[in-house]
Design a protein around this ligand. Sequence first.
Ligand code: GLV
Length: 308
Amino acid sequence: MALLLIRNDKNYEPWIEALKKADSSITVVTPETVENPDEVTMAVTWKAPQGSFADYPNLKAIGSMGAGVDHLFEDKSLPGDVTLTRVVDEKLASDMQEFVSALCLNHIRNLKVYSALQDHSNWKPTPYRRAKEVCVGILGLGTLGQAVGTMLTNVGFKVTGWSHSKKEIENITSYSQNELDAFLSEAEILVCLLPLTEKTQGILNTELFSKLPKGAYLINVARGGHLVENDLTEALKTGQLSGAALDVFNTEPLPEDHPFWNNKDIIITPHIASMSNAASVSSQIAKNYKRLQKGEELMNTVSHDRGY
Ligand code: GLV
């Protein structure tokens, strides 16, 4: 039996090293080194090229190297009968907590405004708001959404969340599916942490923006596919949104000639909110592989039907 790694960037060394460290008995192969495709029972991937799984007839499980699994479902040849898994990791959660908190505080304390003023040697105090006066709405209360929400309540923000089913989380007001409008009407900062599925594709659009308080701020740390880019540009133009921080894009890297680069209302970061780290997540991948070998249930499974 062997564990197959497939990455679009072919950066295998840190993963092989970390997996071997987690469990030296595991045979780790890549599409380049595999000698006998029949012995591969599990694949762990990040953005595998289309059709990558077709060569492995004995695959029983396919895992994402990150928290997101949309890249798995993009492959139309994904076998329907394999168990799917993702990574749930404390470091991924705490990195996301810190990043979103930084952006929320950056916004209410006008740091981007001062950065622009500094370019013109312009000393210009601007009124600011306090965290306890501001409501942050989190779209998606999964593992990362809950972690971010809890951190934001600790910082002092009022926090609400919207998710498929209502959640019981201390100090967070939870809204479920058909309560989206009520949730949006309060969200002065909207954080997108939804999984990308057919249902959530393009959810950040003009109609949704129009239901937010005027001048709301958007933070997208989920996937570029959630956002209708032209609708954001328009909402910033009309002032319906006062700004946005985007860490994820439809095309990554964001093309050099993309209009977002020159939009002073948008903060652009290169998909770094929370990066899956081989050293940190390899032990759970190794554990899942061992479970598969023993015929045990896998951890952190993903539903084929729901897409997350
Ligand atoms: C990062 O985007 C991840 O899905 O882990």
